[in-house]
Every structure is written in C-alpha cells, then in structure tokens.
Design a binder for this molecule. Structure first.
Ligand SMILES: [Zn+2]
Length: 402
C-alpha cells in the first residue's frame, strides 16, 4: 500500500513536470486572452518601474546639483578667507614694522625716527618718562592688535580647512550619486526596452487572437484543431549559405564575457545584411517582436513536424517580410539578415548574423505568457540544438545549399 502511494505520487509528479514543460497554457483562445491580460499587466508593472526609476534619477540629479552648488559657494568662501588672510598679513607686517621702530626708539636713543624725535623733544625728565610710557603703551596696543589679527588668520585658516573637508565629502557624494544615476539610467533603459518589447508582444498576441477569432475558433477549442497548418517532415536550413559562428549551449558570451552563458540557438554568419532568411519548415507565423535592443527584430513560426509541435525563431532581422497568421513554406522569406551596421538598435550583435532557434512545442503564443522576459523554460527545457536537427557542419565549415 505504502509503495502504491509512492508510485502514485511519482506518476503525478511526472505528469505535473512534463505538462509544465510540454503542455501550454495558451493552446486555446481563452488561454491566449489570459496570456494577453498577463502581458498587459506586465506592461503596466514595467511602466510603473520606469516612472519610479525616472523619479529616482531626478532625485539623485537634484542632489548632485545642490552638492555642486554648495561646492561653488564653499569655493567662494575659501577665496574670501584667503583674501582676508592676505589683508591681515599685510596689516600685521605693517604693525610689526611699527613696533620694531618703537622698540628701537625705546632701546636706542641714537636711532633716527619719529619716536626718537618725540622722545628727544621732552621738556624735562618727567616729560621724558611720560613720553616713554606713551610709546610703551602704543607698542602694547599694536601687539594686542596683532594678536587679534593673528586670531582672525587662524580662524580663516581653520575655516578653509573645514570647507576643504566639506568639499571632499561633497565630491565623494557626487561621485556616488553619479554612479547611482548611471546604474539607474541603465535600469531605466532596460525598462524602456522591456516596455517596448512587451508592447510588441501585446500587439502580436492581440493580432493572433484576432486571426483566430476570424477563423471562427471556439474560446476553449484547442488552437491546433482550429487552424489549418501545413505539416512538414523536417527542417531545412534557414539560409542558402553560411557557417556556424556560435554553437548552441553554454558558451562565453561574446559581449558580456560571462562564462557559461546559455546560448539557446546557433549563430549563422557569412551573410551580409539584407540576405534572405527562409522559414525552416512549413508553418504559421505566430509572433513578431521588435526588441529595440538585444535580439532586434524576431519572427516566430509554429510547425507541425510529423505530428510533433515545434517553434522556430529568427533573430536580429533587418527586415521582417511576414505577418501574424501567415502560412509559410520552406521557400517563404520571413525576413533578412541584420545584426550589423544597419541595425544599430540591436545592442547584442557583433556583426551580421542569424540567431536561429528551434524549440519543442509552440511558444510565443503558448509559453504561459512568460517566455520573453523570463524564458528559462524556453531556453533550458524547450530549445534544441539546430545543428543536430539540421545536420550542420562545425564552425568554420561552410554550406552552400539549403
Ligand atoms: Zn546568438
């Protein structure tokens, strides 16, 4: 009995696992509609994040501006303090000179200056003492003045030091803020890009729904039983000539340099931009997305290959030559090679090439609304190696026919 229970759990978990991998949520119109609703919700979330990031950027920028303002004011204060010190130093020098001559007068009666004359002019001894005292007093007052000025100089020096410390703090603050503005800016760009991509997903899914409604598909009818899709027996190469430049599987990412980044496709090089890209088998165009950056223009085609469902996908396209719901054959040009100079928006391509994906099942319309932004399921469980399916030669070896 215990073993029977374990066996049942085992069977159920296999069922859940395989249905999660192979079955699709949106294999009916109703499912597609819920997928569309999910996409719209996702779009709303991304729009919200975009706005939030924008306001964070503005906040950081305002902080930078106010720090820069404070630095400017500090620098003015530092300059003022320097000028003040210069002035005081001049006063002190003058006064010191004065004291020196006073002292000379008091010490050396042979000296020759105004104080000495003042002393020598004394009418009598009492007057001389009196005058002597006066000169002593003046000297003391001058010394006092110097003390005050020196105090002021010290204060100004301290002020300069304090301002310099504050400036250092503000400069570090600005560096931090600028870094944060930069990473926020990257995030903002990502969100904008996501939003644009989701928007094309929404449009694409809506178009596919319209197409199915026009065909008269029932809300809960399975899509495969409603659309007439030309079956096929296998796949052809999507390009008339070419060579693999990057294999399917784990690799070092050509742009990010990340080791073991998953490449869910093969890259085919050796064709200039504008070269015709063909559908790899008979099928129906199920999705068209235009990603403003990584991936560029993409076409998804659904196939029925000897009773098994597949999706093929063509990325980095310069032009898209098909529309949603269009039946295609192996001779249909779905688009043209891009990824080079003529597709400057496509930030994750290092030159003209086709990123060609084959996946088991129908995706784009049937991957739980999540295969674009979070396509772990797509890339790990569902994509297969096109080199194997198409029997393509290894890197560097060319083919010249499809
Ligand atoms: Zn690629």
């Amino acid at each position: 009995m215990k073993y029977l229970k374990i066996f049942i759990v085992f069977i159920i978990s296999i069922f859940i696992f395989t249905s999660g991998v192979y079955a699709s949520k949106a294999d009916t119109l109703a499912g597609l509609r819920s997928e569309l609703a999910d996409l719209k919700e996702k779009k709303k979330n991304v729009d919200y994040k975009t706005a939030k990031t924008k306001s964070e950027i503005n906040y950081a920028k305002n902080n930078i501006y106010s720090s820069q303002d404070e630095i400017k004011k500090n620098e003015v204060s530092i300059d003022k303090a320097k000028i003040e010190i210069e002035k005081l130093n001049i006063e002190i020098a003058k006064t010191k000179e004065n004291i020196k001559s006073l002292m000379n007068a008091l010490q050396d009666t042979m000296g020759n200056n105004i104080y000495l004359e003042y002393l020598l002019d004394a009418k009598d001894y009492a007057d001389l003492v009196y005058r002597y005292t006066i000169i002593e007093q003046v000297a003391a007052e001058n010394k006092e003045k110097i003390n005050i000025w020196e105090d002021q100089i010290n204060k100004n020096i301290q002020l300069q030091k304090d301002l310099a410390v504050r400036e250092e703090i503000l400069k570090n603050e600005i560096i931090k803020l600028e870094k944060s503005v930069m990473s926020l800016g990257d995030r903002y760009d990502d969100y904008i890009e996501d939003a644009a991509a989701i928007k094309t997903e929404v449009t694409s899914t809506q178009e596919y729904i319209n197409y199915l409604v026009n065909l008269g598909c029932g809300e809960n009818q399975s899509i495969i039983s409603c659309i007439s899709i030309n079956g096929d027996t296998g796949f052809s190469k999507p390009l008339g000539k070419g060579t693999i430049t990057s294999y399917f599987g784990y690799r070092i990412h050509p742009i990010t340099g990340v080791k073991s980044s998953w490449h869910n496709a093969i890259d085919v090089g050796g064709n200039s931009e504008g070269t015709s890209v063909y559908a790899a088998a008979n099928g129906i165009v199920s999705k068209i997305t235009k990603r403003s950056s990584c991936g560029g223009n993409q076409v998804y085609v659904h196939h029925n290959i000897a009773g098994k469902l597949y999706t093929s996908s063509y990325w980095h396209l310069l032009n898209i030559n098909v529309s949603i719901g269009q039946s295609v054959t192996r001779n249909t040009v779905v688009g043209t090679v891009g990824g080079g100079r003529n597709t400057p928006w496509d930030g994750c391509s290092t030159g003209p090439h086709l990123h060609f994906i084959i996946a088991r099942g129908w995706y784009g319309t049937s991957c739980s609304g999540d295969c674009y932004l979070n396509w772990n399921t797509f890339k790990y469980a569902k994509s297969v190696d096109p080199q194997e399916i198409l029997k393509l030669p290894n890197k560097g070896i060319w083919w010249f026919s499809r």
